[in-house]
Ligand binder design. Structure first.
Ligand code: A2P
Length: 275
């Protein structure tokens, strides 16, 4: 069983989950079916990824009980606003074929559109109605989080951000820790890039007799972040869950964090307005 972290609403969230941005030609239902049988219990999708139907088919067909699986989905920027957010959640429920969502996130803040507060108020109501168990955000900066909390007094349970050794986001993680917000990492493996052959990663992998991917995921766990790696390959899916039998040393953690370069794959949340 994967260890869990307790969210600010009492929910036990597995400390690692499966990302479901679709690769070309990928059969998402098959990917999620394999992941559930390997032991994944946290599945991260989004309305915008268009993978909700595949995730829902796999969950429905699985012998794993629905209540043992946590499904995260997200409200796209084009559906910000109170009524729109409620419509977004209803569409996600239909797409997934479920009667509740475990964790609903605001996908991007779109601060120039300026209604993530209304979106958040709808999510607070959806949580009260029991349609959504936990609510959180994604790609928010500390300033966006400050505004959300000062205007609604409801602290998000998680903030899912671009996080990997090239972009360790130490300041934002410290803010999360101070406010009891769990950090989730998207593109935690640096999208399978040359990050996985970087010397501090390769050296730690050799020292512990594990793969480079396992080292990078272990780095997230030791930072206290919840990585959401993608893999359509059942062997790599299993490998990515098998990261609780070794520990990186402080020196290894520092060396891996030293790969920092800044934001790589994400947009600046203050200016990103697409979708
Ligand atoms: P594949 O689906 O063939 O396993 P990220 O989660 O950072 O976006 O990275 C996903 C990419 O990393 C995918 O291309 C995936 O390919 C690859 N990947 C996933 N797990 C591993 C691993 N343990 N080692 C190497 N590459 C991996």
């Amino acid at each position: 069983m994967t260890p869990t972290v307790t969210l600010n609403d009492g929910t036990a969230l597995p400390v690692i989950g499966l990302g479901t941005v679709q690769s070309e030609g990928e059969d998402m239902a098959a990917t999620v079916t394999a992941a559930l049988s390997s032991g994944y219990r946290l599945i991260d999708t989004a309305l915008r990824y268009e993978t909700e139907p595949g995730v829902g088919r796999a969950v429905a067909a699985s012998s794993v009980p629905r209540e043992d699986i946590l499904i995260t989905t997200k409200i796209p920027g084009r559906l910000h606003g109170y009524d729109e957010a409620k419509e977004s959640a209803r569409t996600s429920l239909d797409n997934l074929g479920v009667d509740y969502i475990d964790l609903l996130l605001i996908h991007w803040p779109l601060p120039k559109v300026d209604n993530y507060i209304d979106t958040w108020r709808a999510m607070i109501d959806l949580q009260k109605e029991g349609v959504v168990r936990s609510i959180g955000v994604s790609n928010f900066t500390a300033a966006h989080l400050d505004r959300l909390v000062s205007e609604t007094s409801v602290v998000p349970s998680v903030n899912q951000i671009e996080l990997h050794p090239y972009f360790p986001q130490a300041d934002l993680r410290a803010y999360h820790a101070e406010h009891g917000i769990v950090t989730e990492s998207w593109s935690p493996l640096g999208r399978g890039s040359e990050l996985l052959t970087a010397p501090p990663v390769a050296e730690a992998a050799a020292a512990h007799g594990v793969s480079e991917g396992q080292v990078v995921l272990r780095w997230h766990i030791q930072l206290g972040a919840v990585p959401l790696p993608k893999s359509s390959n059942p062997d790599r899916q299993k490998q990515n869950l098998d990261i609780f039998g070794f520990e990186l040393t402080d020196d290894e953690m520092v060396a891996i964090s030293g790969l920092e370069r800044g934001r790589i794959w994400g947009q600046d949340p203050d200016v990103y307005e697409e979708f």
